[in-house]
Design a protein around this ligand. Structure first.
Ligand SMILES: *[C@@H]1O[C@H](CO)[C@@H](O)[C@H](O)[C@H]1NC(C)=O
Ligand SMILES: *[C@@H]1O[C@H](CO)[C@@H](O)[C@H](O)[C@H]1NC(C)=O
Ligand SMILES: *[C@@H]1O[C@H](CO)[C@@H](O)[C@H](O)[C@H]1NC(C)=O
Ligand SMILES: *[C@@H]1O[C@H](CO)[C@@H](O)[C@H](O)[C@H]1NC(C)=O
Ligand SMILES: *[C@@H]1O[C@H](CO)[C@@H](O)[C@H](O)[C@H]1NC(C)=O
Ligand SMILES: *[C@@H]1O[C@H](CO)[C@@H](O)[C@H](O)[C@H]1NC(C)=O
Ligand SMILES: *[C@@H]1O[C@H](CO)[C@@H](O)[C@H](O)[C@H]1NC(C)=O
Ligand SMILES: *[C@@H]1O[C@H](CO)[C@@H](O)[C@H](O)[C@H]1NC(C)=O
Ligand SMILES: *[C@@H]1O[C@H](CO)[C@@H](O)[C@H](O)[C@H]1NC(C)=O
Ligand SMILES: [Zn+2]
Length: 882
């Protein structure tokens, strides 16, 4: 889906899920820390302290839970309060939220002025009673209840009646929406996913700000209080402003102390500037790395814990990949104007972090070098065009600028050493490279991986780890060898600051420096501010998402939603299986295996059972490691990050927890997980405009059915098909079928490579057909949801499940496609569109609409498109997969 999918070791990943409900992490974590004290003194101290606090805290919880007799019934049995549709005016502001520092993915939450886009339809009795007819499009009863009229109005207002559906269906089905939701100056992107996501946040806000309707159990009371306190601490801008940059500056200082740990007090003084890592790597490097990773700042490499897909997909092991950097992708590191901007932003950050000099500035002596003063001077060879060496510590501004230049050059080298996104995204065999654990240490001798892993409480090191791209490690070693420690520390500092500035007051220089970067990369108006409550709700979701998910599910996912949503998904799976024998490119043997894989897919709908959303104690326990206090917003977020890291590493060496989720219940998204062979749909997306239990089927199958088909189809896209029924990497199609399939993938790849977006500089940025091919194949799954809708029509019709809506002069077939296209309504600034084209394995929304439909004869038929129209190309130019 939007940001979905495979927990493949790729930069697109959502971070590894954080769950492991029952794992008794607390005491063993502490023990392991104590055990590693010798090698890792400062780090151990820090972590041990955290662990100690958490241990105390969790024993408090154990006490509380002992008395907790009352448990809520399972979610669906809980009395569900009626949720009045929000008529909240969402202000036209934007925030860029780093979802969690662990993910390091910047996610833009956008909103626009909208009045209750959620409209649910209620079928009226006369329709339910109407007799089945064989000519369904004539003389049908039309639902004229208030809800139906509202639903109808919402659909109508999306449509641009002046557009030709056969020319540009995106414009036809979303043109009205696009007009009604102009992109404000302060937003880079706004989509119908975003609007629903904001609605979901507002529901959580109501839960947090209104007294509960029924008295919560003791465990729920604790959870609710944490949610409220976190939200309150985020909204408390006065306190944030008072604390200024202090919380982050202390972290920067801590990092510096750890990093310098082994070398001696002078090692970062100006006179040592020429030293390179190869000659004398800082002994504190490992400690600094572990410390950063524990906080979700994945420098030099990133880790993912997932199944060993080549051997046993349920045996959780360590995957090592390249890290995220300050700029979103490789391409940005080759653009002069962006590099200049990034350098200036880092220079602002370094300058801000360097202590104010006394007047006149003291000439620092080699023995007195409080970091980051003095900044290192450039080595002439490193910075072409550099002036001769400056006298040390002359001018803070210039020194900050010089360090920034060298850090950017370092990041550029790292970016170039990394694999391309399309390789990481689309080549599961190429990215599966198991090596012995010792290989890691042998490749990077300056880092002690034994110590590093012991910091993450691994009881035993895995015998082998999996590299996504082995050449990266080799290049990394070379880069490190010739990097001075100061530059490396500068890079670490930059990563730390860029990951955490969001949680400082917006009045701080550090916050504003990062904001500047975001503004340019997304093309939003300088200085524009977003409504804080919306941003804070996003923080609550990323820090305590499974906790917020429990009341969210109770409010929004009652009645038959889960059952009816699941039926759509299983109908789509059946349609797929029925279709297999008719696929000309698939031989019998492969088709049989594909049907078996489809049968084996685990379908998860609504909310996870690990932590157990239906169980108050399970949810409270899950967050027992996250203390939340008034007035310490920054530390609250930090502790949530650390808890996530602990949970992630606690999985190593265990079996897969089949109940856990990588998405939280309120998320507007869905995913397929290849080694787990499961498709997962949070309650957050089972809402209008995707789904409603009260909708006629053609709307639900058009929108949510296509979402389901997309995820199902991922199991058979060019990467997903490499995993067998058990999620194991294996070629399980015959060579003939593979070859025929590859031809069709090439067709899709070439089709999408012709699409482009305006790059904002007067040029065209072409869609990368290779990077997006897996997602485009998923989108082609709409053929399956259409068949699933047709297949259930005769049984749903007599039950009134295909009723019509007032004023919508379209056939059900047409409305199926309109419902599909409505979910892709969006508006984007060129800078954001460009960023997406470079980094997003999904195609831009216009092509997610027009691309699949132009390959679907059923669409052309529904809208009577003549052959040769853009959305009805001649058959030989269509790409047919499903
Ligand atoms: C440092 O250098 C900058 C840029 O060259 C200059 O604007 C500034 O006045 C200098 N500051 C001092 C204290 O010399
Ligand atoms: C790591 O493993 C790969 C493949 O097993 C091997 O080619 C390479 O030489 C090893 N590198 C080191 C440093 O051991
Ligand atoms: C989740 O909690 C409910 C209610 O306590 C319980 O009935 C159910 O068995 C639990 N499910 C799992 C998978 O733990
Ligand atoms: C946090 O602040 C709120 C309101 O200021 C107060 O009601 C609550 O008791 C405080 N919580 C803690 C844990 O101090
Ligand atoms: C299928 O192709 C692979 C390599 O592409 C080859 O090793 C194998 O022998 C082929 N199998 C058959 C049955 O032709
Ligand atoms: C896409 O992949 C194909 C086959 O792997 C390759 O030939 C082609 O050059 C790639 N296209 C781009 C734009 O990278
Ligand atoms: C639905 O009923 C019609 C009319 O009886 C029939 O022609 C059609 O094949 C049926 N469709 C399905 C999918 O069973
Ligand atoms: C409905 O649309 C058809 C053709 O699309 C047109 O002929 C007819 O007049 C329309 N009816 C109404 C009531 O608008
Ligand atoms: C479909 O379009 C053709 C012309 O392209 C026209 O002759 C025909 O009447 C149309 N059919 C319907 C049902 O509108
Ligand atoms: Zn997808």
């Amino acid at each position: 889906m939007a940001e979905d999918d495979a927990p493949r070791p790729s930069v697109d990943d959502e971070s590894a899920p954080l769950l492991n409900g029952d794992a008794p992490v607390e005491p063993s974590f502490l023990q392991r820390l104590t055990a590693s004290t010798e090698e890792l003194t400062p780090l151990s101290k820090v972590l041990a302290l955290i662990a100690l606090i958490l241990l105390i805290l969790s024993s408090v919880f154990i006490g509380l839970f002992a008395g907790a007799q009352t448990r809520l019934n399972s979610v669906l049995d809980t009395p569900i309060p009626t949720v009045t549709e929000t008529q909240t005016e969402v202000r036209t502001d934007t925030y860029t939220v780093t979802k969690t520092a662990i993910e390091e993915h910047t996610q833009t939450w956008t909103a626009t002025k909208t009045w209750g886009t959620t409209v649910t339809a209620t079928r009226i009795a006369t329709v339910t009673a109407s007799p089945p007819e064989k000519t369904p499009d004539k003389g049908d009863a039309i639902c004229i209840s208030a809800d139906c009229i509202r639903l109808s109005a919402a659909i109508l207002s999306n449509i641009d009646q002046t557009a030709d559906p056969c020319e540009d269906f995106f414009q036809f089905a979303s043109g009205g929406w696009v007009k009604e939701h102009p992109l404000p100056a302060d937003k880079g992107l706004i989509t119908s996913f975003d609007l629903l996501s904001i609605e979901n946040k507002r529901i959580i806000e109501q839960i947090l700000t209104n007294p509960p309707l029924i008295a919560p159990s003791p465990a729920d009371a604790i959870t609710l209080s944490k949610l409220q306190t976190l939200y309150g601490s985020c909204m408390d801008e006065g306190t944030l402003q008072e604390r200024g940059e202090n919380p982050l500056v202390s972290m920067v200082e801590e990092l510096k102390i750890l990093f310098e740990g082994g070398i001696g007090e002078n090692h970062l003084s100006a006179k040592d500037d020429q030293r390179i890592m190869k000659e004398l790597p800082p002994k504190g490097l490992t400690a600094a790395l572990a410390w950063l990773h524990s906080k979700g700042v994945e420098v030099l490499f990133s880790f993912m814990i997932d199944g060993d897909a080549g051997v046993d997909p349920d045996a959780m092991t360590v995957w090592v990949s390249q890290p995220d950097l300050g700029l979103p992708s490789k391409e940005y590191y080759e653009e002069e104007d962006i590099l200049e901007l990034y350098t200036s932003v880092l220079a602002r950050i370094f300058l801000e972090l360097s202590p104010q000099p006394a007047t006149p500035p003291p000439a620092p002596t080699p023995t007195q070098s409080p970091w980051p003063w003095p900044w290192p001077r450039p080595t002439p060879c490193d910075c072409p065009g550099d002036e001769p060496e400056l006298p040390p510590a002359q001018n803070r501004t210039i020194q900050a600028q010089k360090l920034a230049e060298r850090v950017v050059a370092f990041e550029q080298a790292i970016a170039r050493a990394g694999a391309d996104l399309d390789f990481l995204q689309g080549d599961p065999l190429g990215t599966y490279n198991p090596v012995p654990f010792s290989n890691l240490t042998d490749s990077l001798p300056s880092i002690s991986f034994g110590t590093f892993f012991s910091a993450f409480a691994l009881r035993s090191f895995p015998e082998r780890i999996i590299l996504t791209y082995p050449p990266y490690l080799k290049d990394l070693k070379e880069i490190l060898d010739y990097t001075p420690p100061q530059v490396l520390l500068g890079h670490f500092t930059a990563r730390l600051v860029l990951s955490y500035t969001n949680y400082l007051s917006t009045t701080t220089e550090l916050w504003q420096a990062k904001r500047k970067l975001t503004e340019v990369l997304s093309g939003i108006k300088p200085g524009s501010m977003t409504e804080r409550s919306e941003w804070c709700l996003g923080v609550v979701e990323s820090a305590l998402g499974f906790a917020a998910g429990r009341p969210f599910v109770q409010r929004t996912f009652a009645g038959s939603a889960r059952e009816k949503g699941t039926k759509v998904i299983t109908d789509v799976i059946s349609a797929f299986k029925h279709r297999l024998p008719d696929l000309s490119w698939m031989d019998k043997k492969s088709a049989k295996a594909a049907a078996e894989k489809a049968d084996a897919i685990r379908v998860k709908v609504g909310y996870p059972l690990s932590p157990n959303t239906t169980d108050d104690v399970s949810i409270a326990r899950y967050y027992s490691l996250v203390p939340i206090k008034n007035e310490t917003f920054f530390e609250n977020v930090l502790s949530a990050q650390v808890a996530d890291t602990i949970r992630m590493w606690a999985k190593v060496g265990k079996r897969r927890d089949k109940e856990e989720w990588e998405m939280i219940p309120s998320e507007v998204n869905a995913y397929f997980n290849p080694p787990a062979n499961e498709i997962v749909f949070p309650a957050g997306i089972l809402r209008p405009p995707f789904f409603s239990a009260d909708w006629p089927s053609y709307l639900s199958y058009g929108a949510f059915g296509s979402v389901s088909a997309h995820e199902l189809t991922h199991a058979f896209d060019s990467a997903g098909r490499m995993y067998n029924q058990q999620g194991k990497l294996e070629e399980w199609w015959t060579n003939t079928t593979s070859a025929a399939y590859d031809e069709r993938v090439k067709c899709i790849s070439e089709q999408y490579s012709k699409y482009w977006v305006d790059d904002g500089k007067g040029g065209k940025a072409y869609v990368n057909g290779n990077l997006t091919s897996g997602e485009n194949i998923g989108d082609a799954g709409i053929a399956l949801s259409y068949r699933a809708w047709e297949a259930q029509y005769n049984s749903s019709w007599p039950l009134g499940g295909e009723y019509l809506l007032p004023g919508l002069n379209y056939t059900r077939e047409q409305l199926f496609f309109i419902s599909f296209a409505r979910t892709w309504s969006s508006n984007a600034k060129p800078a954001t569109a460009l960023q997406r084209v470079r980094t997003d394995p999904h195609s831009p929304p216009r092509f997610r609409t027009n691309g699949p439909l132009s390959n679907l004869p059923e669409f052309a038929k529904a809208f009577n498109c003549s052959v040769g129209k853009p959305l009805n190309p001649p058959p030989e130019r269509q790409c047919h997969l499903w």
